[in-house]
Design a protein around this ligand. Structure first.
Ligand SMILES: Cc1ncc(COP(=O)(O)O)c(C=O)c1O
Length: 407
């Protein structure tokens, strides 16, 4: 029998099943109150709008085009709509600065492939989006911590050199991050841009949750700040990754990159080699639904999620014992909980599922250095307010009893 390990490339050794996806399989039981998922509530998908958009394609003569191969850059009317939408977010760009991907996850994979040679360094927040770690791991980088304030460019360079490569980019989620729910302040965005200037590297801005703001003031994307100081998008070092997964529906796999033309041209070549183009028909229906229904859809999901976020924050306040801390996100789907030092999120999950029938994600997997054992991620996107109150009540009880046992 073939020994597969002898023929797998070295890069495959860092490909591991997502702990979260493995976990989700086990937790998909009706008796469990799950804060684990972090996926959009399917009840909020614009199903009727998509149904009509697909039907229209097949009745008004566009079916041949919809079922045909199409250009690697992406469906032009969708890119035109995105140009307008980017303008509304403060990002002045041309259609040529926009590239459609199969979900923003594909953008992360392509950007890892484009920038990282083995041993190069990617700067990430601790914690970061697990899918970014998975995408970048295949290119065998090392990671260094972004956002600790007191690090000098020279120290980043020295670490990267010691690991046998160079610092290649900084990656961060700017609004309502997965997993913390936190938003990067304007000052911090400016600081990251000037660090990137000093290191002469790109900034990858993951804006997957940007449209899901429930309160507070919107902060300009890093790309918008970069455009303002460099005079135009083609002079920018920021690469903005967006997605329709959290606003319309993830199953269509439509995401996008907005960046300087030299980056877009490379991404187009990569797409030609990888999958030619994203699904033509899905891009066409996304364009149609976005053109006609985007603001109403955003309003619908905001109304649902803000009530769930408020329910979760109120329940945490009511039921969590002293010594437990959590974020207070202004949008997105997540609350990040820091348990007292010494308490382990994975152990807590095992007990929670068994005795309280409540699920969440232990935080350690989101840390490139595997720290953060005493953290957990709670998602409120798929639970109703009653379930949220009950689930947090049980979780608070469990944490309280673990604390008493430890005392
Ligand atoms: C921060 C972040 N970026 C990117 C993605 C990928 O989303 P998609 O590929 O569906 O656009 C996700 C999905 O959960 C995410 O949380």
């Amino acid at each position: 029998m073939l020994n597969w390990d002898h023929v797998f490339a070295t890069r495959s050794s860092r490909m591991r099943a997502s702990e979260i996806r493995e976990l989700l399989k086990l937790l998909d039981k009706p008796e469990i109150i799950s804060f684990a998922g972090g996926i959009p509530d399917p009840a909020l998908f614009p199903q009727a709008e998509f149904s009509r958009a697909y039907a229209d394609l097949f009745s008004d003569g566009r079916a041949s085009a919809a079922l045909q191969y199409s250009v690697s850059e992406g469906y032009l009317p969708l890119r035109v709509w995105l140009k307008e939408e980017m303008g509304r977010l403060g990002i002045a760009c041309e259609v040529d600065n926009i590239f459609i991907t199969s979900g923003s996850q594909q953008a992360l994979d392509y950007l890892g492939k484009l920038f990282l040679s083995t041993g190069d360094t990617a700067l990430l927040t601790w914690p970061t989006y697990l899918g970014a770690l998975q995408a970048f791991n295949a290119y065998e980088p090392t990671y260094d911590q972004l956002g600790t304030g007191n690090r000098t460019p020279a120290s980043y360079r020295a670490n990267a050199h010691a690991s046998g490569g160079a610092v290649k980019f900084a990656y961060l989620s700017t609004d309502f991050a997965n997993p913390t729910g936190q938003t990067v302040s304007l000052e911090e965005r400016q600081r990251i841009l000037s660090l990137a200037d000093d290191l002469d590297i790109p900034v990858i801005e993951d804006a997957a949750y940007q449209h899901l703001r429930y309160d507070g003031e919107a902060i300009l994307p890093i790309l918008a700040l970069d455009i303002a100081r460099s005079g135009g998008i083609d002079a920018c070092r920021t690469i903005y990754c967006g997605s329709f997964s959290k606003t319309l529906a993830p199953g269509l796999r439509v995401g996008y990159v907005v960046a300087a033309r030299p980056v877009i041209r490379k991404l187009v070549l990569m797409k030609q080699a990888a999958d030619l183009h994203s699904s033509t028909i899905n891009q066409m229906v996304v364009a149609e639904v976005a053109e006609r229904h985007f603001p109403a859809q955003i309003e619908k999901i905001r109304t649902a999620y803000v009530a769930r976020r408020d329910a979760m924050l109120a329940a945490l306040e009511k039921y969590m014992p002293d010594g437990v801390e959590w974020t207070r996100p202004e949008g997105g789907m997540f609350v990040w909980v820091t348990l007292p030092e010494g308490m382990d999120g994975a152990d807590l999950l095992a007990r929670s599922v068994e005795t309280e029938k409540v699920a969440f994600v232990p935080g350690q997997a989101f840390f490139a250095d595997r720290s953060g054992a005493n953290t957990i991620r709670l998602s409120y996107s798929c639970a109703n307010e009653t379930m949220i109150e009950e689930g947090i009540r049980r979780l608070g009880r469990l944490v309280g009893s673990a604390l008493k046992r430890a005392a």
